[in-house]
Design a binder for this molecule. Structure first.
Ligand code: ACM
Length: 265
């Protein structure tokens, strides 16, 4: 299968401009099975007020942004994972959504909120789902989730072959260095789709990254330019959890010694 990312700058509060950019960029990924877009792609990131966060949110069932993604998926035969400013009832979630040729498939709500996100969003309340899209099984994490190894491990243990990671990274280079190691220690593919550009006092760091289950870097975009990148991925490699002839990533775990993780420290 082929997996990829679109690195660009979503336009804060200007959904029409963001959708025009995606209509221009996404067709360049034709031939991919799975494409990942940045965090909060339908809204932008650095809200100046709660009102702005609210105004730029959409409901999953009534989203022009998701309708555009679904039509691009139908046209090109791929699935897309995108960051999504999600409204449900009185609440906002910093979500990742999975869309395919038949429309919306499912979502993940960011568990670990970063900095001012805590002023606007509820923390995720639906755990860490894994979805089977035929070509692979995938899980989703959003940006700052990268620093919590537990989340990656759970997705791998639930059978994810590919972890899709929509991001708006601002700490220079940290996640981009960690992602190949997350891929290696869980033997999964990781696609980190980061954004570029600035909003207010934040500058986003680009360098969207794809790593394979051996921890090898398959692709890395430049720090400040648009990029559409697609690489080959072998799902069989992600399903082989053997480290040596006598070591298996999951069978050799020692949950009897890990109780402190569940107790919360
Ligand atoms: C981040 O979680 N957007 C840094």
């Amino acid at each position: 299968m082929k997996i990829g990312f679109v690195q660009f700058a979503p336009a804060l509060g200007r959904l029409e401009a963001t959708m025009q950019a995606l209509e221009r960029l996404i067709p360049r990924a034709a031939g991919a099975s799975l494409l990942v877009l940045p965090e909060l792609c339908n809204s932008g990131y650095n809200f100046r007020s709660a009102e702005e966060a609210w105004r730029t949110s959409e409901e999953v069932g009534d989203s022009v942004f998701l309708r555009l993604l679904a039509s691009l998926c139908r046209e090109h035969g791929f699935h897309i994972v995108s960051g999504f400013n999600e409204r449900q009832g009185d609440h906002l979630y910093n979500s990742a959504v999975l869309v395919g040729p038949d429309g919306y498939v499912g979502r993940y709500r960011k568990l670990h909120l970063f900095m001012n996100e805590k002023d606007f969003f509820e923390p995720g309340d639906e755990g860490l789902p894994v979805f089977d899209i035929g070509a692979c099984r995938l899980g989703m994490l959003v940006c700052f989730d990268w620093i919590f190894p537990e989340a990656w491990r759970i997705l791998a243990m639930k059978g994810a072959d590919v972890i899709c990671h929509p991001s708006n990274l601002v700490l220079p280079g940290l996640a981009q260095r960690a992602v190949p190691i997350r891929a290696l220690t869980n033997r999964v593919y990781v696609v980190t789709a980061n954004r570029i550009g600035s909003e207010g006092d934040l500058t986003f760091t680009g360098m969207s990254t794809i790593a394979d289950p051996k921890g090898d870097l398959l692709a890395q975009a430049p720090p400040a330019e648009e990029a559409v990148t697609v690489v080959d991925a072998d799902v069989g490699l992600a399903r082989d959890k053997k480290i040596t002839a006598r070591n298996d990533l999951f069978a050799d775990r020692r949950p009897d010694a890990y109780g402190m993780l569940l107790a919360g420290g």
